[in-house]
Write a protein that binds this ligand. Structure first.
Ligand SMILES: *Cc1c(COP(=O)(O)O)cnc(C)c1O
Length: 428
């Protein structure tokens, strides 16, 4: 391998050559060799308005002309103030206190740290977290520690990662009971529970009903434990409502946002706390201050992009588009159910996932999609779509056709080739 770039989740020695990009617009990625791909996964779920939306591009240019960055300690600025106020207004309940950061993992890190310090400020040492099987919360240390131990390489990093508690998501009476019993027994050491509302994304696009969030809220209240929703993936319309927690009105104590926050233009994330959480830090005691501060906190370019993205949610019918995408995917992915080796097809908002009964040869499968002029990147035993909300019906049709075609080819390759050893390939 020539070159100096080290690529994500990649065995650099054997990875296929990456595709060189010359540009992107809407749901299209233009390659330097002249090929054009329709993006089925919106650049890891970030491009909710499609690539290069003119309103966001314009906002970035205007802000770049004024100032690209200034530190947020000792200074404040209109783009950050405005973004915080708008997020507080959009989020349910009294999720009113917005801490800006750089990436989803960091937003999760901040949420966990905030939960632990919340209890310290209240005179209690609670350092453990409860997370759920199949969870994915990011790649930094704290975020990894609450990511599923089997899928999250806990054994590889044993001794380095803090050890947390993992429970089954309480999706039925037995698991709800188990969760309740566990919290009753351990609550004096537990700072918070963290969960991805409605869909566990990188853990396999596993979907569950909104009643589970209500139950978790009830358990958190009963045992006096903070509840954190990681909406880095689900936030900003992906599940059909602005935030996944809007489906049933369960308000977490802390919420983590990222990915589509800027419409995918610039990296940025946010951790937002409810008033009672904020108040545990708000005192005459200097040591009660929240001890965190990313260098690029509140980056004005990112804030400008995020504000422009929120404008688009106000001005354009994004949630209706999500609904239409969901309906079309539900209809068009239906035919995948007849393909041998397909275990399940599920959709939620603008997410469509096909689960296979074995982990395919991902190297082979990932290479097949560009042959049909689409960008789809299966992981583990999941082939999924999570396109931009502005995707056109005919573009979406190309994507669903490609999924069915490639899965058909995979089925034909036969059971022998299908049964690959389990890969440690984690990426989504
Ligand atoms: C992607 C993701 C993260 C991590 O975000 P990064 O920006 O990659 O650090 C955390 N939680 C969830 C649910 C995610 O989907």
């Amino acid at each position: 391998m020539k070159g100096h770039l080290w690529f994500p989740y990649a065995q650099m020695k054997t990875m296929p050559a990456p595709l060189a990009v010359a540009g992107a617009q809407g749901s299209k990625i233009f390659l330097t060799d002249g090929r054009v791909l329709t993006d089925g996964i919106a650049a890891w779920w970030t491009q909710c308005h499609g690539y290069n939306h003119p309103h966001i591009v314009e906002a970035l240019k205007e802000q770049a002309d004024r100032f690209s960055h200034v530190m947020l300690a000792g200074f404040t600025h209109e783009p950050a103030e405005r973004l915080a106020a708008r997020l507080a207004k959009l989020l349910p309940g009294d999720l009113d206190h917005v801490f800006l950061a750089d990436s989803g993992s960091v937003a999760v890190e901040i949420a966990l740290k905030m939960a632990v310090q919340y209890w310290i400020n209240r005179g209690q040492k609670r350092r453990k977290l409860v997370a759920f099987r199949h969870a994915y919360h990011g790649d930094t240390l704290g975020a990894m520690s609450v990511t599923d131990p089997q899928e999250g390489m806990h054994s590889l990093f044993a001794g380095y990662l803090p050890e947390q508690y993992f429970l089954d998501l309480p999706v039925d009476a037995a698991t709800l009971r188990a969760c309740d019993d566990f919290l009753a027994e351990h609550k004096s050491e537990i700072a918070a529970m963290i969960v991805e509302p409605l869909v566990q994304g990188a853990g396999g696009m596993l979907m569950y009903g909104p009643g589970v969030l209500r139950d978790l809220r009830r358990l958190a209240d009963r045992h006096d434990i903070l509840l954190i929703f990681d909406e880095v993936f689900t936030g900003f319309g992906r599940t059909g409502t602005m935030f996944a927690c809007d489906h049933d009105g369960a308000v977490p104590d802390i919420i983590a946002l990222g990915k589509a926050l800027t419409g995918g233009a610039v990296t940025m994330a946010a951790t937002v706390a409810r008033r009672h959480v904020f108040e545990a830090f708000y005192s005459d005691t200097p040591e009660h201050a929240f001890m965190h501060g990313p260098t690029y906190m509140g980056n004005p370019l990112a804030c400008a992009a995020a504000n422009a993205s929120l404008d688009l949610f106000e001005q354009e019918p994004r949630l209706q588009q999500v609904e239409a995408i969901g309906a079309q995917m539900r209809h068009e992915l239906e035919k995948c159910k007849a393909i041998k080796g397909v275990r399940a097809v599920r959709t939620l908002g603008a997410i469509g996932a096909v689960e296979l009964d074995a982990v395919p040869d991902l190297r082979w499968m990932r290479a097949r999609f560009p042959a049909y002029e689409v960008w789809i990147r299966p992981f583990h035993n999941i082939v999924y779509l999570a396109p931009a909300f502005t995707i056109m019906p005919d573009e979406l049709r190309v994507l669903t056709d490609a999924v069915a075609t490639v899965l058909g080819e995979w089925a034909e390759r036969g059971a022998k080739q299908r049964a690959q050893p389990m890969q440690t390939d984690l990426d989504a």
